[in-house]
Design a protein around this ligand. Structure first.
Ligand SMILES: Nc1ncnc2c1ncn2[C@@H]1O[C@H](COP(=O)(O)OP(=O)(O)OP(=O)(O)O)[C@@H](O)[C@H]1O
Length: 242
């Protein structure tokens, strides 16, 4: 783990480089109803700058998935502010949030979440077609597959790929629209130790190379050495890990 940039779970005003990444301030989210309420996020502050790979660790039920959902505009917080590339991800309109998400956010899931019928290169072409006009030029899918070491498997479907290869395609797919923020949920859950290291090294490399702010939820303490910052989440509260 490198020592810079320093963890920034603070309420200081965002500078211009912060604004290009992810900024969450005093964010709270409750699930449930009046009878039973869970405080999934409790006054969370988080800044992830472009080029930074931030890891979030913590026990099951701590609120990690809730944090990713709010950061990507999938859920609206009860309180607080969330910006991605300076855009407000908490606006009431679901349609606006979807458009912002497609333009500025990429998601990587546990096991790639690829569409079974599509070849690797078509997995990357699809978000370019679905995205807003500004993302349609995006990155060249074949070039991006080359960057993640998948050139020779561009025409394979997911069932013809290993777990690590599927995850590489999932990462390339998330990057093809040139997002400002990448939200990554347990990318190594289905991988052995060597593949896990490869994948997180790749994420760190891509974050720096493309100036993307990456938030990775993980249970895998083995891969934290590749992360710039590590946060711990417990009972909805986020703290910089010592
Ligand atoms: N839709 C929901 N309705 C009610 N409670 C929910 C809902 N989604 C999550 N919760 C609760 O909110 C809390 C935080 O859940 P969350 O999924 O964010 O945790 P997590 O840290 O991602 O857990 P895990 O590591 O097991 O995936 C938990 O107590 C969970 O039971």
């Amino acid at each position: 783990m490198s020592s810079s940039p320093a963890p920034t779970a603070s309420t200081a005003p965002a500078d211009s480089s912060e604004r290009l990444g992810l900024v969450m301030r005093a964010v709270s989210l409750r699930h449930g109803d009046a009878a039973e309420t869970v405080q999934a996020l409790d006054d969370v502050d988080l800044t992830v700058r472009p080029g930074e790979l931030a890891a979030i660790v913590g026990p099951s039920g701590a609120g990690k998935s809730s944090l990713l959902a709010v950061a990507g505009g999938l859920a609206r917080p009860d309180q607080g502010t969330v910006t991605v590339a300076g855009q407000d991800m908490t606006v009431p309109s679901r349609r606006t949030r979807t458009a912002l998400r497609r333009q500025h956010v990429g998601f990587v899931f546990q096991s790639g979440n690829l569409l079974p019928a599509l070849t690797a290169v078509d997995q990357l072409r699809l978000p370019l077609r679905l995205g807003p006009r500004s993302t349609r030029s995006g990155r060249d899918p074949l070039e991006l597959l080359a960057d993640v070491g998948m050139t020779d498997k561009a025409d394979r479907r997911p069932h013809q790929l290993s777990g690590g290869e599927r995850q590489r395609v999932g990462i390339a797919r998330a990057l093809v629209t040139e997002p400002s923020v990448l939200l990554v949920d347990e990318p190594t859950a289905a991988l052995d130790r060597a593949r896990s290291h490869d994948i997180v090294r790749l994420l760190a490399h891509e974050a720096r190379q493309r100036s993307v702010a990456v938030v990775m939820v993980t249970h895998d303490h083995d891969v934290l050495e590749y992360c710039d910052t590590v946060y711990e989440m417990v009972d909805g509260k986020l703290a910089a890990s010592s």
